[in-house]
Design a protein around this ligand. Structure first.
Ligand SMILES: [Zn+2]
Length: 270
């Protein structure tokens, strides 16, 4: 019987360290050649694009990249200029269980389409682009990281979907940065309902105790600075549950990087 990591490997072909050497070089060369033969398609509409860039100009202009001042812990963007290293109100009340979170984009109409394309259509053609945006947003976190690992799906959901989009982003980020990847350091010990419409409190209860570090990965995590990867940061409940689990297993530090995040503050409820 396949394990969840086998299932991941079967769909992604990767596990453990970032792939190096001939095969990745051949893949990159093939992709470059494919780009010459088949014009690039929009990451959202799939239409052929007239010029360079991953999206139509009108969609690109609606993407909201996070570039200005932000909370040094949770990464919430501030609307006004503030002193460096400030905390937002929610983090002043209670620091999150993770150390720092950063995201490339504000979660909005266009970035949601990018996430849905990854999650439900299994689009992989934009991974290098998306990982590049994430690497730029989280450059400090990547510089400090020893290990990249994704928020896991439960085994049953992984089998149903066939892939973990956060695993894809983590692998792409590892390829971009050269930081070691572990696709399966964390596992979901129990299946949790989809969080879409749940309140912040309900999300927290939903994921409490839901994660474990695999016994075979304990040595890998211990004493390391871990960078956790997910597609979207909403209340941060999932990221916090994963961070607590990793720290209990001995991780020195857990930072979080996502493709997108909601603009508002994380819940101040304890
Ligand atoms: Zn904050």
């Amino acid at each position: 019987m396949k394990t969840s990591s086998d299932a991941y490997v079967a769909t992604d072909g990767r596990a453990g360290k970032p792939r190096r050497g001939r095969s990745s070089g051949h893949v990159r060369a093939a992709r470059r050649l494919a780009g010459l033969i088949w014009p690039q398609r929009s990451l959202i509409t799939h239409r052929e694009l007239p010029g360079p860039g991953p999206l139509e100009p009108e969609l690109w202009s609606k993407l909201n990249f996070i570039t200005g001042a932000q909370c040094r812990a949770c990464g919430m963007p501030f609307e006004i200029a503030v002193e460096p290293d400030q905390l937002c109100g929610a983090c002043l009340v209670r620091l999150p269980a993770y150390d720092r979170a950063r995201a490339a984009l504000i979660y909005g109409d266009v970035s949601r389409e990018l996430v849905l394309g990854l999650k439900y259509q299994g689009r992989r053609d934009g991974l290098a682009t998306l990982a590049g945006w994430m690497a730029a947003a989280g450059s400090e976190l990547l510089a400090d990281a020893d290990l990249i690992t994704p928020v896991p799906l439960h085994y049953f959901r992984l089998i149903r979907r066939g892939f973990n989009q956060s695993g894809w982003l983590a692998a792409a980020l590892s390829r971009t940065s050269g930081v070691r990847l572990s696709v399966d350091a964390l596992k979901r010990a129990r299946s949790t309902p989809i969080q879409g419409n749940l309140s912040a409190d309900a999300r927290r209860r939903n994921v409490q105790g839901a994660f474990r570090v695999r016994g075979s990965r304990l040595k890998l995590v211990k004493g390391k600075r871990v960078l956790l990867v997910d597609d979207v940061l909403t209340t941060g409940a999932t990221a916090e549950a994963c961070a607590r689990t990793l720290k209990r297993a001995g991780a020195d530090c857990v930072d979080v990087i996502t493709l997108a995040r909601v603009a508002g503050p994380r819940s101040m409820t304890i």
